[in-house]
Ligand binder design. Structure first.
Ligand SMILES: C[S@@+](CC[C@H](N)C(=O)[O-])C[C@H]1O[C@@H](n2cnc3c(N)ncnc32)[C@H](O)[C@@H]1O
Length: 251
């Protein structure tokens, strides 16, 4: 049994490419690592979503330690900013450590980042300070948060795919209350390709059509892109499809 677990740990270790500073260095750590994996596997269940996130942020010392860390903004976000004549208001849903909130603020957007994990927001505040920008970080559940003024750009980089099917309608209602005609909405989401993507493990995988249908008719799809990410740790990996969708609100 011990050998099997060790093999499992080694296989996982070899699968890691997303995060250089992962914690599986030795066999001693593999038990807690496998607990982490169990939680990762179960994080499609609503009762584990927040716990899983809390655990991830607790283990990370800095944004670079997070599984999904990337400093590269979605090309669609870059393009949306370029297309708009002047900066306006931006919302980063599930902003995490605030990398993209800071990017928006650097581009002179009056930016709000919302997340329900205090440790994530602490990282975001630190990053904003380091980069010398102001971001309005709000600790809140996205399903409860209200605002009086709409946003020009709304970004969801990896938050929607943590939301279960039962909450999708509520998510859309919230999005409608935060946007107006002409607002851009950019989403990064795991895609659903083959048998393995149908496993109820890790973030929810959805097809492009499912997402387009969810946001229609108020939002029209502007652009779509997808690519395969390799070296993703089991049980979620070893490969995932990453989709980027750009919507514009038309009514
Ligand atoms: C995969 S992380 C992505 C973080 C960040 N957007 C990025 O790209 O680096 C998803 C984030 O969504 C947040 N989140 C998930 N459900 C949420 C909810 N109901 N309300 C607020 N934040 C939520 C999590 O805490 C987590 O920080």
């Amino acid at each position: 049994m011990k050998k099997l677990l060790k093999l499992y740990a080694v296989v996982n270790q070899n699968g890691v490419e997303l995060n250089e500073n992962h914690w599986l260095g030795t066999w001693n750590f593999s038990v807690s690592f496998s607990n982490f994996n169990i939680l990762w596997a179960l994080n499609t269940l609503p009762m584990f979503e927040k716990r899983f996130m809390e655990m991830i942020y607790k283990r990370a010392q800095r944004p670079e330690d997070l599984l999904w860390h990337s400093e590269k903004p979605s090309p669609f976000l870059v393009e949306a900013i370029q297309q708009r004549k002047q900066p306006g208001r931006a919302l980063d849903i599930g902003c995490g450590a605030g990398v993209f909130s800071v990017y928006l603020a650097k581009n002179k957007y009056d930016t709000t980042g919302i997340d329900f994990i205090p440790l994530a927001l602490q990282m975001g505040r630190r990053l904003a300070q380091q980069k010398d920008v102001t971001v309005n970080f709000v600790e809140t559940d996205l399903f409860e948060w209200q605002t009086s003024q709409p946003f020009d750009i709304v970004l969801d980089s990896g938050c929607l795919h943590t939301v279960g099917d039962g909450n999708l309608k509520r998510y859309k209602q919230q999005l409608l209350s935060w946007t107006t005609r002409g607002s851009d909405f950019i989403v990064g989401h795991f895609g659903k390709r083959n048998f393995f993507d149908w496993r109820p493990v890790g973030p929810h995988r959805r097809t492009r059509d499912e997402i387009v249908k969810l946001f229609a008719p108020e939002f029209e799809a502007v652009k779509y892109d997808e690519h395969i990410q390799t070296g993703v740790r089991l049980p979620v990996g070893p490969t995932i499809q990453l989709m980027s969708l750009w919507f514009r609100r038309i009514k």
